[in-house]
Design a protein around this ligand. Structure first.
Ligand code: 9UX
Length: 126
């Protein structure tokens, strides 16, 4: 009799696990469920030659595509900025028409909820 109860218990735990796993798959991550994904604000000027300054930001905390869009949107809101973030590499390439203080870029990322832990200035090699 005891074995039957244990078996049922294990079964219940297994079902519970599968259920929550499915939920995770369908709802994405961090509460952005129901297809409520973050929209990307496209930058109009996408000509690299218009952006002489380039900075790579290494960003902590991006775990899904929505995070990437949030970071990009925050940076692209700054004047003369074209930013593209990369989820896999955890970094963002920030192209600028004029020099923008690093602190300002960091602040933009920070207010979106992520942290810049390293930054590299890239010389224009054109
Ligand atoms: Mo996802 Mo990022 O739905 O903070 S937006 S992990």
């Amino acid at each position: 009799m005891a074995t039957v109860i244990i078996c049922i218990l294990i079964l219940l735990i297994a079902i519970f696990g599968i259920k929550s796993y499915c939920k995770k798959l369908s709802s994405g991550c961090c509460g952005a469920s129901g297809g409520k994904s973050v929209k990307k604000n496209k930058v109009k000027d996408r000509d690299p030659s218009h952006y002489p300054v380039k900075q790579i930001l290494y960003i902590d905390g991006m775990t899904c595509g929505n995070c990437v869009n949030r970071v990009e949107n925050a940076l692209n809101e700054l004047e003369g900025v074209w930013a593209t973030a990369d989820l896999m590499e955890g970094k963002a390439v920030v192209r600028m028409k004029q020099d923008i203080p690093l602190e300002e870029l960091k602040q933009a990322v920070k207010s979106a909820g992520y942290l810049v832990y390293k930054s590299v200035v890239e010389k224009n090699s054109q």
